[in-house]
Write a protein that binds this ligand. Structure first.
Ligand SMILES: NC(=O)c1ccc[n+]([C@@H]2O[C@H](COP(=O)([O-])OP(=O)(O)OC[C@H]3O[C@@H](n4cnc5c(N)ncnc54)[C@H](OP(=O)(O)O)[C@@H]3O)[C@@H](O)[C@H]2O)c1
Length: 336
């Protein structure tokens, strides 16, 4: 039986949801793939818990959920005050899992790859700013670098572009990739003001306390940049055009409604050109999604128009993408 060593960075919503899936479905993965996962370290911003024999995931979940930080772990000799770079250098792992929101994580992703370790991530900025370097190093080392959960959570848009549509030439991609903005625009159509809709989204946990990444289109921009990298080759976030929904007025929403349309924050991706902006979409259009659903319309020379629609956020849904990548990386490391 293969034992695959995982080093998990980030133990927030997605990190804990991923740990829960590994815990609850461990037997299924053993039976289906012959894989056993051993978590050798878990890090948050307060500390790294490191145990080469394997950490009891129930215990680490319990500590984080009851005490709030991993530095509260009681066995002092297992708690380290590493930076992520130091942790990657010290800890021997087969797969480094980055489920943090560390914008500078690309540097330690590079370190893991240089060590020949696989990287699985749901963290967008490393890819949106450093795709070419990361993929170049992964290729050089023959190490998997996987990032399904960065766009549309577990809805498999990355796999589709990277592994499935190999004979097609992509002509264009149009997509709605941010659920928070869809929620706000929908509530504005129903009569709420921008501020009321934003407050509601925050109360429901759809928008973060600092919602600027969503509202200003940055989150959708990161995702659109990643889609361009896959479909057409490297580009960085600095090279794309982004306009958020902060300038959308109640009149704009009304005008679209009267014309039988709906406003959505739409990403358009063509070779060498990526833009994100509020756009009027006909009511029956595949991009007229509601709630936290995301949708992508891919146009290719052979298939014509292909629509993929599904969850764009959510903890189980994001863990689906992360865990699928962990299994994919483990199978790849085993030579399959
Ligand atoms: N939530 C979703 O639906 C979703 C969907 C797709 C992708 N994502 C992406 O997945 C990532 C995680 O999202 P989340 O919702 O789980 O966020 P979160 O709840 O804020 O968790 C982030 C975690 O990362 C840790 N962290 C940040 N910087 C770190 C560092 N340098 N070293 C070690 N740990 C560090 C934080 O530590 P502390 O606990 O000490 O603060 C926290 O545990 C983000 O990049 C997000 O964009 C999320």
């Amino acid at each position: 039986m293969e034992e695959v060593k995982l080093s998990i960075f980030g133990f927030g919503n997605v990190g804990r949801a991923t740990a829960r899936v590994l815990l609850e479905k461990g037997e299924v993965f053993k039976k289906k793939y012959g894989l056993t996962f051993k978590v050798v370290s878990v890090s948050d911003r307060s500390a790294t818990v490191w145990l080469p024999e394997g950490i009891d995931l129930r215990e680490v979940l319990n500590v984080k959920e009851t005490l709030g930080k991993l530095s509260s772990w009681t066995n002092d000799y297992e708690v380290y005050d590493f930076t992520p770079e130091e942790a990657v250098k010290e800890i021997e792992a087969d797969i480094v899992v980055d489920v943090t929101n560390d914008k500078n994580a690309w540097a330690w992703h590079m370190e893991a790859l240089r060590r020949g370790e696989a990287v699985v991530t749901s963290n967008k900025p490393p890819l949106a700013f450093h795709y070419a370097e990361l993929m170049g190093e992964a290729r050089k080392q023959g190490a998997p670098y996987l990032f399904e959960a960065t766009v549309m959570a577990g809805t498999p848009i990355i796999g589709l572009l990277k592994e499935t549509l190999l004979g097609d030439s992509i002509e264009s991609i149009r997509a709605v990739l941010n659920g928070t903005t869809t929620y706000i625009l929908t509530r504005m159509e129903e009569g709420a003001s921008f501020d009321e809709a934003l407050k509601e989204a925050q109360n429901l946990g759809i928008a973060e306390r600092d919602p600027s990444g969503d509202i200003l289109g940055i989150d959708a921009g990161y995702k659109a940049t990643i889609l361009h990298c896959l479909a057409f080759g490297p580009i960085t976030f600095e090279e794309i055009e982004v306009k958020g929904i902060d300038g959308v007025s109640e009149e704009d929403v009304e005008r679209a409604k009267r014309a039988g349309k709906t406003l959505r924050l739409v990403a358009s991706v063509e070779e060498g050109a990526v833009s994100v902006e509020p756009t009027e979409v006909p009511r029956g259009d595949p991009l007229a999604v509601s709630s936290t659903q995301n949708a992508t319309v891919i146009r290719t020379d052979l298939l014509g128009e292909l629509v993929i629609r599904g969850a764009g956020a959510g903890l189980k849904e994001t863990a689906s993408g992360v865990v699928s990548d962990i299994i994919k990386a483990a199978l790849e490391l085993r030579g399959e």
